[in-house]
Structures are given as C-alpha cells and as structure tokens.
Design a protein around this ligand. Structure first.
Ligand code: PNS
Length: 159
C-alpha cells in the first residue's frame, strides 16, 4: 500500500486542491490530506472547519482521508507510513518556497520524496487567498470552490 500525504493550509479547499488530490490518487493507493498550520498565515477558518470542508468536498472520492496535524510535516508523514509528499505547483512564483520546503523535508525525512503535480490549466491562477477576496466582495464562487465551501464563505462574510 503506497501512501502519499498532501499537506497544506486548505483555508479553504478549492477545486484546484481537489484536482491535485485526484491526480495523486492515480499514482498512490491512498492519499492523506494533512491540514496544518502555516505560521506565516492567519487562517479565516479554524482547523475543524477546514477538515469539515475537505471531508464534505471529498465525499465520493475513494481512498482519501483527511487528517489535521500540528507537528512537523516530516514527522507526520513518517508516522502515517507515507512514502511521498504531494504539492501542487502552479507557477514559477511558487517555486522558491516549494524548493525550500521540499529540501528541508528531505533533510528531516530522507526516505520521503516530494512530488510536484501540475493542476489542470483551469486552476492554475486559483488560490485560497483569491477565493477569500472574491467571497469578501460577494463575487461568484461556483467555479472556484465546492458547494460546502461557498456556503461557509458566504456565512462567514455575511456576519
Ligand atoms: O498551503 P500552505 O500554507 O502552503 O501549507 C504549508 C504547510 C502547512 C504544508 C507548511 O507550513 C508545513 O509543512 N507546516 C508544518 C510545520 C513544518 O513541518 N514546517 C517545516 C517545513 S520544512
């Protein structure tokens, strides 16, 4: 059983993330989506809300499990018996940060490979920050996020 971990903040999950999960499932028997804290960011949704939105959005996709984590990513990956870390790469601007993260994780867990997957072109420009900005100004969200996320964004910004 080859397991991959797909880590991120997922604040909130977008169709771009779902696309990466499905691509990873073509390569691995199981994908664990690991919802973590990025100390550089203040999240809009707490960890339980982010896990909930992912669970709802992944209903109907087999062999995927959503887990929160609050440790080092490399420790989490080893603890669940995974052999790879999946990251989505959208543009050259992602590269420096991703390169640093991947090399640090390799130092910490030498047997774990980081694999970069390209999203469908439809999602190349998409990220959670953009989605939050559109939601804040009551823009159309259907093309960007699953229905549960749209609902929760609307609730959050209506207050
Ligand atoms: O979606 P993001 O915000 O780019 O995800 C970043 C995340 C959560 C994957 C990263 O911040 C992370 O791995 N955090 C856990 C702590 C850790 O392992 N830090 C050292 C990485 S070398």
């Amino acid at each position: 059983m080859r397991i991959a971990v797909y880590p991120g903040s997922f604040d909130p999950v977008t169709w771009g993330h779902i696309d990466i999960i499905k691509r990873a499932l073509r390569l691995f028997d199981k994908v664990i989506v690991a919802v973590g804290e990025n100390p550089e960011k203040t999240p809009l949704f707490n960890i339980d809300e982010r896990v909930f939105m992912l669970n709802e959005s992944c209903k109907g996709i087999g062999n995927v499990e959503i887990k929160p984590f609050s440790s080092l990513l490399s420790d989490f990956v080893v603890s669940v018996g995974a052999v790879a870390i999946i990251r989505g790469l959208r543009a050259v601007s992602d590269f420096d940060y991703e390169f640093q993260l991947a090399l640090a994780n390799r130092k910490l867990a030498p047997l774990v490979e980081t694999i970069f997957l390209l999203p469908d072109e439809r999602f190349v420009y998409l990220n959670s920050t953009l989605v939050k900005s559109i939601a804040r100004y009551n823009g159309k969200l259907d093309e960007f996020v699953p229905p549960v996320v749209k609902r929760m964004l609307k609730e959050r910004f209506l207050r």
